[in-house]
Design a protein around this ligand. Sequence first.
Ligand code: B12
Length: 234
Amino acid sequence: MSDEEDDIILSELNDEELVQQMFDDLYDGLKEEIEEAVNILLERKWEPYRILTEALVGGMTIVGADFRDGILFVPEVLLAANAMKGGMFILKPLLAETGAPRMGKMVIGTVKGDIHDIGKNLVSMMMEGAGFEVVDLGINNAVDAYIDAIKAEEADILGMSALLTTTMPYMKVVIDTMVEMGIRDDYVVLVGGAPLNEEFGKAIGADSYCRDAAVAVETAKEYMARKHNQLAAG
Ligand code: B12
């Protein structure tokens, strides 16, 4: 970073410049700057969802590309993730504030062997914002953790996240176990994570693969509407 950058006063930047600066600050893992910028955008009446998608996810996309290309390494990406979480923490209560009626209950977690949780957290936040109750199991979940939770919580939906090609097959282990236990059809199973696709979702027997958090919310709503209609008809 050059000395000049130390002098930047975030509140003096226009929206476009500020978002660009947030991309840089996220890249550099500057949590306090990200938090300050999120607050500035909120003061400027940006919708929380817009800040999340345009500024934070936008910035993380750049980090992801450079990580893939070997320009950034794990320690830097961890700092970037930490800065992103700082921003998400501010937005979380605001996204949940929409006062939507209770839609259903989701248990969500990242699969065994996988510690990526930003995408999962984003899905949780968006689902809560849409009126779903969310039980977040965190990272590195073995099959028992999922099964125990969906039963104990009487969940409608099970959500699994995986960001590694080596951990995504574990989703099938969980679904196969549900089938063996005769409880597969009691739940809607949604899966997501960057390396997945629709075909994979089908192949492992999930109900749907969701590309992003917005699709997850729409898909979950559709399944819940179907479930309510079935209950009403039955
Ligand atoms: C941040 C990051 C990390 C951070 C994680 C910090 C954290 N707290 O999460 C750290 C530095 C710890 C890390 C570690 C590693 N990482 Co990493 N990481 C990333 C990175 C750059 C961004 C991921 C991210 O947060 N994206 C932003 C979020 C918002 O997007 P998302 O996760 O895709 O989630 C969205 C959707 O997928 C969907 N979604 C996600 N989950 C779910 C769940 C449900 C139910 C639904 C419906 C939807 C859904 O909705 C989300 C929101 O819209 C990616 C690059 C990439 N392109 O994804 C690599 C990446 C995933 N990592 C990678 C690797 C290799 C690793 C390491 C093995 C590196 C190493 N050598 O140690 C370790 C693995 C550790 C482990 N055991 O898990 C590779 C995976 C390659 C592969 N094909 O398997 C990637 C793709 C980078 C690369 N191209 O090389 N990583």
